[in-house]
Design a protein around this ligand. Sequence first.
Ligand code: SAH
Length: 260
Amino acid sequence: MMVSNTTGRVFLVGAGPGAVDLLTLRAARLLGEATAVVHDGLVSDAIMALVPASALRISVAKRRARHTLSQAAIGDLLVELALAGHAVVRLKGGDPFIFGRGGEEVDACAAAGVPVEVVPGISSAQGAGAATLMPLTHRDHASIVSFVAGECRGLAAQNWVGLAGPGRTLVIYMGLAGSEAIADKLIADGLTPDTPVAVIERATRHDQRLFRSLLADLSGLIARAGVTSPALIIVGAVARLGVADSEILTLAEAAPCPIS
Ligand code: SAH
């Protein structure tokens, strides 16, 4: 392992939405040169296979209500590894600067005088659109696209007015748990209950699934299909486009959709 007394460097690298060949060439090169990799839970084994066997691998997986390391502790860890001389790759799902807390990690490195670089990744919104043939913008359907965080905590304080509706695509990250409140919020903001929605689970992975319904049925759809994280919710006319829905084998036994 190449560890010297000189200060190392931190690379905040976007791992993309899952498929190994959706990494950038720069990300792949830096992974191959890393002496320490600090990764979160969304990073696939196939991507981790690019890391040299001799490199340190540290998982800081974060799941709802089960944090293994606080954000401050992750910043401290990156700084500590870099000061020990490591070439540190901080590997994050998607893009580091889209709901990736990359800004906080840049600040932690900068405050400690540790050189830091950011390598963009394909965000799950882009991966999900491509993998389901669902364009996020389309001249006939949407000319505005917004990315929002649908975490239940803090949802009420967010102002989404104008982000969704005719001619717009709203992509909601981290929205599964709060899906009922999300639909209520959008309807209260003026969206019609029959606005198309799509839910894309594990986009770009071999077992990705896509389900569609209408806004008023969003949480019902998620429950019937048994959607689990990671998944994106897409609201707007483009949600009707793309490949066919995944089959829901248990649908016949499930409650009927309230809107048809
Ligand atoms: N930086 C990441 C987002 C991190 S927030 C990015 O740019 O994609 C975590 C959320 O991203 C998840 O809750 C989910 O909403 C979404 N997500 C990440 N990977 C995904 C995937 N393969 N399919 C669908 N959604 C995904």
